[in-house]
Design a protein around this ligand. Structure first.
Ligand code: FA5
Length: 361
């Protein structure tokens, strides 16, 4: 039988010089595996006399333990070495500047941005948000707002009618303004009211400052002793805050809406002479809102006593406000779905320090 001392020396030297986990596993299989050298020597013991068996058996057991211990010790060492190597290679340097995102992550459309900015400003003035449907009956879009069928204001609205669709013999329309939400709210709730209503509106109209689908934000305040001064203060406060210019020039122009008396329109001073739109400069005026004191007929139709309650209302053209604030010359480009346009005029979440501070400095 082979000398265990020589065998031990030979195997230990192989273990010592092993430098990766595969080699050490190979040694384990060759020496201790089922058909390994030590295992085969163990099997040979059965042919020996009882005395030899006892002596050689104890030596072989001893050898087996020594080899098995030193294999697992070496294995642990190699695992540690490999782990340290990986830790060094994969170390994260937290002091490195963050890499800019290369992938396209999408942008916030200027209309969504401006909707949020306007909502935030009115939110801070204590307004709630109420919403209404895009498809309206003629009753809510016109009649209940003091615009009867024969009224010329109906033609001015360039209405989209839904053909062959009606509810209770009333034609359905794509709402031409957000004012129907005033009526829906007055029908459901008791005054006082103080809310805004953002949403999509539709008119058959298309040029540099008109699109067939656009957005308005309606505002309604009804309370005891509300007067025109409140409306003027509200509009001025809003426009200063929205444009972030204390000296912003707006003009309130006398106008006519069948559901307000008196009525006015709001224009913002801007320069539209070149290919860029600049707010607060030049000599052009862009109309951005209609407004007025709620007509007593509208209050009466909702069973509200006009001698006790008065109110004011306004309808802001959201797309035009976005056009002015962010210098976007043509409104039609808002809805072309051109990704290059959106990358240029859109907002990323990181660009916006706060909702009402959307201006890219
Ligand atoms: C109205 O729609 C009234 N409902 C506003 C109102 C509300 C008056 C409450 C009184 C009380 P007007 O038609 O002027 O008013 O539209 C309001 C604003 O919507 C306009 O000033 C303009 O900024 C915007 N607007 C109107 N038509 C379009 C269009 N086709 N494309 C883009 N913006 C439009």
């Amino acid at each position: 039988m082979i000398d265990t001392v020589i065998l031990e020396k030979e195997i230990l030297s192989a273990i010592n010089s092993a430098n990766d986990q595969d080699i050490i596993e190979k040694i384990r299989v060759e020496e201790l595996g089922k058909k390994g050298r030590i295992s085969l020597l163990m099997k040979e013991l059965s042919h020996l006399s009882p005395e030899d068996k006892k002596e050689k058996g104890s030596k072989l057991n001893n050898l087996k333990n020594i080899i098995s211990d030193s294999i697992s010790k070496k294995k642990n060492e190699l695992v540690d070495v490999e782990l340290n190597k990986r830790l060094l290679k994969e170390r994260v340097d937290v002091s490195l500047p963050v890499q800019a995102q290369q992938t396209i992550t999408g942008k916030i459309h200027p209309v969504s941005q401006v909707m949020d900015e306007i909502s935030e400003i009115f939110g801070s003035l204590g307004y709630q948000i109420n919403e209404g449907p895009d498809i309206e009956t003629e009753h809510y879009n016109f009649n209940a707002l003091n615009i009867p069928e024969s009224h010329p204001a109906r033609q001015m609205h360039d209405t989209f009618y839904l053909p062959n669709k009606n509810i209770n013999d009333e034609s359905l329309v794509l709402r031409t303004h957000t004012s129907p939400v005033q009526v829906r709210t007055m029908e459901k709730e008791e005054p006082p009211y103080k809310f805004i209503s953002p949403g999509r509106t539709y008119r058959c109209d298309s040029d540099q400052t008109h699109t067939p689908m656009f957005h308005q934000i309606e505002g309604l305040v009804v309370d005891e002793k509300t007067h025109l001064g409140h409306l003027k203060w509200t509009l001025e406060t809003f426009f200063k805050s929205f444009f972030e210019i204390d000296t912003i020039k707006i003009q309130l122009r006398p106008s006519y809406f069948p559901f307000t008396e008196p009525s006015l329109e709001v224009d913002v001073l801007c320069d539209r002479s070149g290919s860029v739109l600049k707010v607060g400069e030049g000599s052009d005026w862009l109309e951005v809102a209609g407004a007025g004191m709620v007509h007593s007929e509208v209050l009466k139709a909702a069973n509200i006593d006009p001698n006790k309650y008065q109110g004011f209302a306004f309808g802001l053209g959201v797309d035009r406000l976005a056009q002015l604030k962010y210098g976007i010359p043509d409104l039609r480009t808002f809805f072309n779905g051109d990704v290059r346009w959106l990358n240029h005029y859109g907002f990323s979440f990181l660009d916006i320090p706060t909702l009402s501070r959307g201006l890219k400095k």
